[in-house]
Design a protein around this ligand. Structure first.
Ligand code: ADP
Ligand code: MG
Ligand code: MG
Length: 558
């Protein structure tokens, strides 16, 4: 099941590590593939370490019971991440936290941004209606808790234009890799709990492979994700100011990833002995909840201080009107929401596409250095919005709203798509330049709907068919188009329950948590909150640990 190894092994961790204390001594290199006895010894030991340290997940067969749990799938070795890019991702997190907060406060921006999308996307539309309703009624709780996670891939320019799965010609040059944001998650950002244990697991495995403790400590950064996220929950609870009130984890009925949430629950309780956490589904909140006239939210008679959503971000979380009612009641209440509905909307792919257009960041961040830090992480993003004719009706032809902005941060677009016949006044149909662009070179793009949790995107060659199959061109405005990032490929062993460890060509996605508490225009808390590395086979397009594509990992900084 392994793959043939080639010269890319140079990119492997242990071969670049050096013990500086005694001058030149190199740590023993670990060539891949690992010798079979070492591989099986390390794998067995790592699985047990994972179980003993709570890198755990419920099984597919019994998603609602902890009677039998498994270790969560993981990478045997930590995957290499250039230290400079890791630091860059951490350094920009507080800017992103502030950006999300600022734009969430801007009703005009959110409305105009999502206007076309909500005409065709029922789910986003319903969220937007809740947003409008609570604004109309008056927001009962000005405090908003953000527990975000901004995700990045390390773009390897050598791979651009290369079709997925083809052999990679060259060893990625570390100094050429670029940090590119894939998305920022503003709701149910997961794996702060399990991910926090991963450096410990990898420290253990590296020791088994002969690395010194020094090497392990040098290269495996500590991860504060769990304590940061729990700290945010505890801080919000304290701000609410009622000792007897509870934190509610709003969870899905079926929940393989409950262990990750438990870590956060227990860590929050450790922070403050008065904190009590209860787990409820939206349906349970509907059935057992009560919204008092003074906007206090009770569930099972207990006042809710904080509602932390680990559900509610996909349409299937709302099978009936009752779940929608529960979501509305929570939003109407005095409970501190994580996220509040405006943060939820701020995290949509559509908003992120709009932020990538020139001049938009400047509306929200006054510090030019912050703007530069944020923008440096953006890949090109393109709207598929219909143009409005001067008579007010929509043209059936599609094009970018502002064709001069097609370039985004990607200079490749400039030569191909001139702007000379564009109308910037939005008065006439200008053809379908975005569509043309995507159709003519679909391998360069990803088409993303307003969904979370992985498995929803349309990649490369599938895009033309998807566009052609839409009965009404309007449907396209449910999506945004993004430049496809070509992450650097590394070799690593995937360890999954019930399977032999498999040496696989893999790509990683680095997430940085952000913890933010805002109160109107006031910033109460703004922190970078630890990290998460997830790695998936390079042949898989979509990501997500919960969706079964990606595995837990931790960065080996080089
Ligand atoms: P979701 O909210 O569903 O996680 P993402 O934007 O993170 O949506 O997309 C899911 C997965 O698709 C990512 O984890 C990544 O593997 C892949 N992906 C998304 N955008 C890109 C992109 N621009 N280039 C390459 N892969 C992408
Ligand atoms: Mg997401
Ligand atoms: Mg994602």
């Amino acid at each position: 099941t392994g793959v043939r190894c080639n010269n890319r092994l140079q990119y492997l961790p242990l071969q670049v590590s050096r013990r500086p204390s005694k001058g030149q001594t190199m740590d023993p290199a670990v060539p891949l593939p690992l010798a079979p006895p070492l591989l099986s010894r390390a794998t067995e030991s790592a699985k047990d370490w994972a179980i003993l340290h709570g890198v755990a997940m419920r099984t597919e067969e019994e998603p609602n019971s902890s009677d039998v749990v498994n270790f969560a799938p993981f990478l045997l070795l930590p995957s290499p991440v250039p230290r400079a890019l890791f630091d860059q991702a951490k350094a920009v997190q507080r800017d992103f936290n502030l950006l999300v907060h600022r734009l969430s406060q801007d009703a005009d921006f959110l409305s105009s941004c999502l206007k076309s999308t909500i005409q065709v996307d029922d789910f986003t539309c319903r969220l937007f209606r809740i947003y409008e309703q609570v604004r109309r009624e008056g927001v009962a709780q000005p405090v908003c808790l953000g527990l975000h996670r901004s995700d990045y891939m390390l773009d390897d320019p050598c791979r651009s234009g290369q079709e997925n799965g083809e052999p990679v010609a060259k060893q990625p040059r570390l100094d050429q890799l670029q940090l590119k944001q894939i998305e920022i998650n503003c709701i149910a950002s997961s794996f702060g709990g399990l991910g926090t244990q991963m450096p410990g697991l990898h420290r253990h495995v590296l020791r088994l492979c002969g690395a010194s403790r020094f090497t392990a400590d040098q290269h495996l950064p500590q991860n504060r994700a769990m304590s940061s996220v729990a700290g945010g929950l505890a801080a919000a609870w304290e701000l609410y100011g009622e000792q007897s009130a509870i934190i509610v984890f709003v969870v899905q009925e079926e929940n393989r990833n409950a262990m990750d949430q438990r870590w956060l629950e227990f860590a929050a309780m450790d922070r403050n002995p008065s904190i009590r956490v209860r787990r409820y589904s939206l349906m349970e909140i509907h059935a057992r909840g009560e919204l008092r006239p003074d906007k206090t939210l009770l569930v099972d008679g207990l006042e809710v201080a904080v509602a932390y959503f680990r559900a509610g971000y996909i349409p299937t979380d709302y099978p009936t009107e009752q779940e929608w009612k529960a979501r509305l009641n929570i939003e109407q209440s005095r409970a501190i929401k994580c996220p509040c509905i405006s943060y939820h909307l701020a995290g949509t792919k559509k908003v992120q596409q709009e932020l990538a257009q020139p001049g938009v960041l400047e509306q929200f961040l006054e510090d030019p250095a912050a703007v530069a830090r944020v923008r440096a992480t953006f890949a090109g993003q393109y709207t598929l919005e219909l143009v409005r004719k001067s008579n007010g009706s929509s043209s059936n032809e599609l094009h970018v709203k502002r064709p001069e902005l097609l370039l985004g941060p990607d200079p490749k677009g400039s030569a191909k798509f001139s702007t000379k016949d564009s109308t910037l006044d939005g008065k006439g149909p200008q053809g379908d330049r975005t569509v043309q662009m995507v159709m003519s070179d679909s391998g360069r793009f990803v088409m993303k709907p307003q969904r979370e949790g992985g498995g929803n995107n349309i990649f490369g060659d599938d895009i033309p068919a998807a566009l052609n199959n839409m009965a009404d061109p309007k449907e396209r405005t449910a999506y945004v188009v993004m430049d496809r990032v070509r992450p650097a490929v590394v070799s690593n062993y995937m360890v999954r329950p019930g399977r032999d460890p498999a040496l696989t060509e893999a790509v990683s996605e680095l997430g940085i948590f952000g913890v933010f508490i805002g109160k109107g225009n006031e910033v109460v808390l703004n922190q970078e909150g630890g990290h998460l590395l997830r790695t998936k086979p390079s042949s898989t397009e979509d990501g997500g640990v919960a969706s079964g594509n990606a595995l837990l990992d931790s960065p080996y900084l080089i």
